[in-house]
Ligand binder design. Sequence first.
Ligand code: BDP
Length: 722
Amino acid sequence: EDGLNAWLRYARIQGAKGFHNKLPSAIVTLNATEGSPVYTAGKELVQGLDGIFGKQVKHLDGSSRQKQPATVAIVATVNAYVDANPAAAKRIPQLADDGFYLDVSNGNVLILGQNERGALYGAFHYLNLLAQGKVSNYKITSNPDAPIRWVNQWDNMQDGGTHGSVERGYGGKSIFFWDGKVRDDLTRVRLYARLLASIGINAVVVNNVNADPNLLKPENMDGLARIANEMRPYGVQLGLALNFASPQTLGGLDTFDPFEQKVVDWWQNIADELYKRIPDMAGYLVKANSEGQPGPMTYNRTLADGANMFARTVKKYGGVVLFRAFVYNHQTLNQDKDWKADRANAAVQYFDGLDEKFEDNVVIQIKYGPIDFQVREPVSPLFSHLRKTATAIELQITQEYLGQQAHLVYLAPMWKEILDFDFRVDGKRSVVTDILNGKRFNRKLGGYAGVANVGTNTTWLGSHLAMSNLYAFGKLAWNPSQTPVSILQEWIKLTFSDDPKVLDVITKMSMASWPAYENYSGNLGIQTLTDILNGHYGPNPASQDGNPWGQWTRADADSIGMDRTVWNGTGFAGQYPPEVAAKYEKPETTPDNLLLWFHHVPYTYRLKSGKTVIQHFYDAHYEGSATAQTFPKLWESLKGRRGIDQERYEHVLFRLVYQAGHSLVWRDSINNFYFNKSGIPDAKGRVGNYRYRIEAEKMDLKGYRPYDVHPFESASGTKCIV
Ligand code: BDP
């Protein structure tokens, strides 16, 4: 299997025939025109019943004169169903937008959606249960926790000569763009929409946040309309990332100042043109005044002025604007000149004072941490500052800093910790999920954005196992109270099988993977010690300091960590509500896993475990990489088990073997680096002591030559062979 169907394989389950009499004999969709989500639900059910059970059923429409068999699955919106069966109205629970109701009593199945999309979600949910062998007798009412459940794709239309590249994408080229245009063949887009709908995602921003203004040319708008047409049958709406300077760079105006009427008119015309072609467009995503991108601050206007300009142009169409809080100026950050400089402070500094100022269709999209998708960050304090303004959390499914899909890192446990974090705003329970869904501050909009970056590779993300992250993102956005393990096991059953050994092994590896990666790539809150200037992959702790991006560790010969306290540091800890701020202000009350995020301490500082910081570093890097060493063996124990076909077996094994090796590179690089810096030996005598290792460059080389490695500490003898 090549992975294209991901968790929607509808693989035949054991004892499939035995279930036939508990399944519907036909599917009836009410008021469903071809291409509508309710119609799609019908098609999907036919396909699923055939695949999972080998049962062929007909797809009838409600007005069909054909005699209906005794047992049917009816799929409809609540309204359509109640129109046809007024007496049923009182039996049907109240549903929220996109919610569904599922009533399965042997072969009699009722799948109702609050809207068309909800009905499709209900059908996918039913199929999900069927594929896990849960065939009959349940009534389920399910509503999404929040309305915004979007994925972001960072796809380029054209990028320095490489067509259709995806920024931070590790699964091939763009499925949307090629050669500066929307692709002719959008088959993969349709399949993507199908996957996304099955996990409750309702919109995709199709282009990079570092947006190309050319996207707004008329011929490209036509292309976007074709993309929207492919996704519409799955209830997935299209969103667009905009470049703030477009009125100038594309439109030929002499300004892009949001206070200039001609600029406003220009954007209004763009909105009108887009909605003419795509009446159900979800809205925009805007990255402004960040990392060199243009924005309203160029004209001394506020971020709210910028966001509102877009919001007003799409309001009458029901569109929303996701405006990113990832705003900072990488040119002004200078570690040497300014001890108090701290990129982590930027978002709150830029957004404070604007809370009352946003239009009601603006949602501020905030990365989970104040820096940038690191292996561990405290939750962005901005969530606790914006009370009137809707917010969405930005999570990263693509593993930019986290091994780029060449390492297995199951992210749901990390996300869950973030989502469950309690800010204690005004001394009251204020967990992130309740801020996102609007309950805590009484708002309507809000939710979840996941940077997915799938590509043309048949595995979508470049790795079969990485797909658990996409699955978990959708599932948590729908219902964040689910546990990472239960989501994972559901995914394993659908993607591979419910063979107990398969479940056990993949669960074990996945659940161990984030802690392992944190251990070997940067622990105690020091961030992922990856190369900052190139690629964000592989160890390069030296690049963490003095870089213009403000991802600093402030490591010197004696001490390490960013002092972010109020009393002595950059003041970041003070951005949290008082109870939380007080906790982070002192090393004793800061959790060890965030110690170096908030404090600058000597390498000999003792953690709560009694270990010194430096010894913890050494040990954790050994422990993390030792865990990664177990992955290939564990995976090999699955060879030939049910659901583990040869193609996926080999593909996964290749990556796990690579990860096991690369985790050693990580371990030794980081440990050697801090050993060199601190001069403090490893109490267990391992670091720098490679007496028994045979260096490749010392061997007789035929066809290979030694090569100086950069950074030097990533090879034990500073050299590799090429
Ligand atoms: C960083 C990425 C960069 C993105 C930026 C963003 O390295 O490619 O453009 O975030 O989110 O993580 O805007």
